[in-house]
Design a protein around this ligand. Sequence first.
Ligand SMILES: [Zn+2]
Length: 130
Amino acid sequence: MIVWVQLPALKVHFYHKEVLTMLGNLIGRTIRLNYHTLNLHRAKFARLAVEVDLTKHLVPRIWLDDAWQKVEYENLPEVCFDCRRIAHSSELCPLNKTAAPQTVRAITGSVIQPGAAEQTVEEPNPSFGP
Ligand SMILES: [Zn+2]
């Protein structure tokens, strides 16, 4: 799927066609650069169209010039950050809703084995989310 991606507060010396194309290829596959992105006087952020695979993790940031460059996605379709599918949000995820209460019942309704709680609790991934 092709989405518009913004690189807010990108440093001026990265505003070159080749560099932006390369950055887009780190996110997915660069399809097009926004015209104004290449016009420094009007550019507030770099904007590029990138083909991304929504079944895989989106790139939330890029390590660039000894700092993290934030990557923002425009008008993404509703993406579930639990099962990583399109067309429903995390709140409506069938995996999310059915898994959580059953896990709690299983723990409280039986002998808790050492390590059981740790196995059911997944670490939230702060780099992947809305
Ligand atoms: Zn889901």
